[in-house]
Ligand binder design. Structure first.
Ligand code: BGP
Length: 496
């Protein structure tokens, strides 16, 4: 079977520093929001819908975290010890044939407090070594500048992204990185799931909700978001100035919603919900706020402070490509009362009776990925990059030591086929696909390792016990073959 993917398609995987590195307090790293997030032991799956409720971390909780060196209840502090094992991990990615590896830089490894005058050389050296390791294996690095880990001091001292100073601090960080890595890194993403600040204000925006009046908090989040938009545009400007060949993208959570019924009121409600997803990428792609978002601010009585200079910087620096995460779809109804809900990526949605769900309640919908690709491409006509997609599942090590993760293979196969169809039949321009968590890592929402995404198994349990050794799962060789054949094996009848 002929490949439906372009020759230069970038196959690979994606991780985030705070979910893999560990080494939370060595080589000059400062604490980040991830290091004070307490483990939520969700063993009762009926509680999954509550995971995203009340995700504030208060000053008291931060203090409690600062008073302990514990890593069991703060598992992002140990991660999968990638900090010491990255060479072997990248070698395994290379063995799978990765063309690209998306990883993030922990801001707090470079500027431990966010506002430091000098960068931390050991942090820079670490990422330089990681980049060299990728290049050695002919893997293109794609760097996310901020993936859920603003430095803690930046949050406690300045109120995180709510403070205008955040723009300057972030620009200094970006300038430091590009000075050091220009010419070596072609692809950059500014903020992972920039929209998530609205759903996870502490993790993404460093906002300690309990410090604000509840009635003001929504406006606070949008103000912080504005600062991120400006900082993102400035980052694009800095990167382009220093390295004109570099490409910089935005990254959104591509939540895809269907009307629960064909009642016009459900369709209208869905359209409204989709605008809440698109308003972030609309702003970053077109370089200006969409009118509907400004209208929403006006209707809510928000006064988001934005200068003419901010707006000019945003206009001057739109993104080069649009990247996104895609995990599931859900439904929207004008009257949701009595409808069953289910968990999704940082959201709760109405359950779609036509879809199966993962063990974690996320609805599995490969066709939804094709729909998402077509919608985004029709809207923006910019190259798209699938920065995250994958299945979190409980894996079992068999008596012979093997891990038979056929469910993961099936999930990926169906999603990748949908990507191939979007490219080949729908004419969508897709630059690449980085499967989320090619190696088991800590779940973002739960901090548990038992929600495994990898093609590589890590011997570790939810309490930090284990040898941390790596082992190939069945999906390892399967993905290797997909990459080797540039996706042709996905459509090979005999393989099914
Ligand atoms: C995305 C995040 C990732 C990742 C993924 C899966 O929103 O960018 O960091 O973790 O979701 O989510 P989870 O880890 O909660 O299963």
């Amino acid at each position: 079977m002929e490949s439906k993917f372009p020759k230069e398609f970038l196959w690979g995987g994606a991780t985030a520093a705070n979910q893999i590195e560990g080494a939370w307090n060595i080589d000059g790293k400062g604490l980040s929001t991830a290091d004070v997030h307490k483990f939520k032991d969700i063993t009762d799956k009926s509680q999954l819908n509550k995971v995203h409720e009340n995700c504030d971390v208060t000053d008291e909780q931060i203090q409690e975290a600062l008073n302990t060196d514990d890593t069991e209840y703060y598992p992002k502090r140990h991660g999968i010890d990638y900090y010491h094992k990255y060479k072997d991990d990248i070698a395994m990615f290379a063995e799978m044939g990765f063309k690209i590896y998306r990883f993030s830089i922990a801001w707090s490894r470079i500027y431990p407090n966010g506002d430091d005058k000098q960068p931390n050389e050991k942090g820079l050296q670490f990422y330089e070594d990681v980049i060299h390791e990728c290049i050695k294996h002919n893997i293109e690095p794609l760097i996310t500048l901020s993936h859920y880990e603003p430095p803690l001091t930046f949050c406690t001292k300045y109120n995180g992204w709510y403070s205008r100073e955040s723009i300057e601090f972030f620009s200094t960080y970006v300038k430091t990185l590009i000075d050091r890595f220009k010419g070596k890194v072609k692809y950059w993403v500014t903020f992972n799931e920039i929209d998530s600040i609205i759903r996870h204000p502490f993790m993404t925006g460093g906002l300690i909700e309990s410090r604000f009046k509840p009635e003001d908090f929504e406006e606070v989040m949008y103000q912080a978001m504005h600062h991120q938009f400006v900082a993102s545009a400035k980052a694009i400007e800095i990167i382009h100035q220093e390295d004109p060949k570099a490409k910089v993208g935005c990254m959104i959570t591509k939540l895809t919603y269907y009307p629960f019924s064909c009642k016009p009121c459900d369709v209208l409600e869905t359209q409204k919900r989709m605008r809440k997803v698109y308003c972030f990428s609309d702003t970053q792609v077109f370089g200006e706020y969409p009118k509907y978002l400004l209208k929403a601010y006006e209707n809510k009585g928000f006064h988001i402070k934005m200068t003419d200079e901010d707006l000019a910087i945003m206009k001057k620096n739109p993104v080069d490509f649009v990247s996104f995460s895609y995990y599931q779809t859900s439904c929207v109804a004008a009257n949701p009362n009595g409808l069953e809900t289910t968990a999704g990526n940082t959201t709760i949605g109405i359950k779609n009776p036509h879809l199966k769900t993962s063990e974690w309640g996320w609805q599995i919908d490969p066709t939804g990925l094709r729909i998402a690709l077509v919608d985004l491409y029709d809207r923006y006509r910019k190259p798209l990059f699938i920065a995250e997609n994958g299945l979190g599942a409980i894996d079992t090590v068999e008596a012979d030591g093997s891990i038979q993760d056929d469910y993961r293979i099936e999930y990926m196969k169906q999603h990748l086929k949908a990507v191939g169809q979007a490219i080949h039949e729908d004419g969508v321009e897709v630059m690449g696909y980085t499967v989320w968590g090619p190696i088991d890592l800590l779940s973002n929402s739960l901090s548990q390792i038992s929600k495994r995404y990898g093609m590589i198994y890590v011997d570790l349990d939810n309490h930090g016990h284990g040898t941390y050794t790596r082992k190939k799962k069945k999906s390892f060789d399967w993905y290797k073959k997909v990459i080797e054949t540039n996706g042709a094996s996905l459509f090979d009848e005999e393989e099914r």
